[in-house]
Design a protein around this ligand. Structure first.
Ligand code: HEM
Length: 413
């Protein structure tokens, strides 16, 4: 594939570069803020200003991204065929739509995640965080991913879905199956396996939707089936299933990743751990700086509807563009010394870790509450934490758009 003339030749397909892209990104900021990955043809936008512009121009940078070609397209077709035959194939809702279609879905989701609802959830989130810490605190060590970072958002979503806490491993299996097709290339056997897991989840959700239509409860599913207002059409079953899919894939791995990276940063920068321990009122600033520094969603796709010039480079119509939230958050034109992790930073209000514009993360206040509850409890209940084992190298599983961590062994005093 012919790439445009960019002096940066480091390959973004290299697992190590994807895992810790900071040198590559700094080079792009300096020499090539719009870069086409030669191996895939996908364009990366790393410039903060240009990322903002793209996110605020859905008529040029559309969320309706067409599926890739070749093996991936075949596997996508098979996946959808299995889901449609026995359950619900994916319809385009919310994240895969542009205004004005997007606006209708978005209004419904906004009604579900009101700040009031999140505030009501806060005591329960604190309690779950503390219960999880009870499980390992006496031993002085833990494997943070399986004993905390997965379980906190997992338990919250599980309860919100009307499952009980004991079913969390089932839920985790469903969430992994839903994320898998977006994370890596799957074999035919794997596609069948993940589609069947998703079908199990769909059947379970469908039963609960039915029950909540008749007898609403205080949970997410009830809010979704009843979220339309008088005179509006309720969501169809296929739309409801697709929204569940997006809430789970959008809310689970991202929050897990933010928890893990927050701990990592406090260990890597012990002066900041000390500062936060002696000034717990800095917790919210710490959460924002951690989200800027190691953004859990590094980038998401858009498709250009016309030729468009970005930072002096013309991106042709029909191109897949990845807006790099994580890289924009390290743009030296926007953040002074972006490589410095500083919880007292005054200039990080413009970070793009939750996106911007119409698709700005509707779960942002829930995610922020989870991070606040988790780090408050972790810091209150320990005197110090550090790694019990070094992180693997590379530390993340390969992914074009997330930073998934498998294992993180900690010890406490
Ligand atoms: C630290 C945690 C989180 C991060 C970093 C994050 C990040 C993001 C980002 C960057 C977007 C923008 C997508 C775009 O520009 O197309 C987004 C959208 C979205 N997020 Fe989050 N998110 C987090 C937590 C959550 C939670 C807890 C939920 C749900 C419970 C959630 C559900 C969604 C949904 C449904 C969308 C699509 C919204 C739309 O297209 O209008 N996210 N998130």
């Amino acid at each position: 594939m012919e790439s445009h003339k960019c002096p940066v030749t480091t390959s973004f397909m290299d697992h190590k570069v994807q895992s810790e892209p900071w040198e590559f990104i700094a080079d792009l900021h300096e020499r090539c803020p719009v870069h086409q990955v030669p191996e895939t043809g996908i364009w990366l936008i790393v410039d903060h200003e240009a990322s903002k512009e793209a996110l605020l121009s859905p008529e040029i940078f559309s969320n309706q991204v067409r599926a890739a070609s070749g093996h991936q397209a075949e596997m996508h077709k098979l996946h959808q065929q299995i889901l449609s035959e026995e359950g619900w194939g994916h319809v385009m809702t919310l994240q895969r739509t542009d205004p004005p279609v997007h606006t209708r879905y978005r209004k419904l989701v906004n009604r579900v995640f009101t700040p009031r609802r999140v505030a009501e959830m806060a005591p329960n989130i604190d309690e779950i965080a503390n219960d999880l810490i009870d499980g390992f605190i006496d031993s002085g060590e833990c494997e943070f991913m399986s004993e905390f970072a997965l379980l906190l958002p997992g338990t919250i979503i599980t309860e919100q879905l009307g499952l009980d806490r004991s079913q969390i491993s089932t839920f985790k299996k469903w969430a992994d199956a839903m994320l898998a097709p977006a994370m890596r290339l799957l074999t035919e056997e794997e596609v069948r396996e993940v589609a069947h897991s998703e079908l199990e989840a769909q059947k379970h959700f469908d039963e609960i939707f039915e029950k909540r239509r008749k007898n609403p409860e205080e949970d997410l599913m009830s809010a979704l089936v009843h979220s339309h207002q008088e005179g509006e059409e309720p969501l169809t079953n296929a739309e409801l299933q697709n929204l569940m899919h997006q809430l789970i894939t959008g809310g689970f791995e991202t929050t897990t990743s933010a928890l893990a990276h927050g701990v990592w940063l406090l260990i890597e920068y012990p002066d900041q751990q000390k500062l936060l321990r002696s000034n717990p009122e800095l917790i919210e600033k710490f959460v924002e700086e951690a989200l800027r520094f190691w953004s859990p969603v590094q980038g998401l796709a858009r498709m250009t509807t016309q030729d468009t010039e970005v930072c002096g480079t013309t991106i042709p119509e029909g191109s897949v563009v990845s807006v790099r939230y994580g890289a924009a958050n390290r743009d030296p034109k926007e953040f002074e010394n972006p490589e410095v992790f500083d919880i007292n930073r005054e200039d990080n209000g413009s970070h793009l870790a939750f996106g911007l514009g119409a698709h700005f993360c509707p779960g942002a206040s829930l995610a922020r509450q989870q991070l606040k509850s988790a780090f408050t409890a972790l810091l209150e209940r320990t005197e110090w934490f550090e790694f019990a084992k070094p992180l693997p190298d590379p530390a993340h599983e390969p992914s074009f758009f997330l930073l998934p961590i498998e294992e993180m062994h900690l010890k406490f005093t």
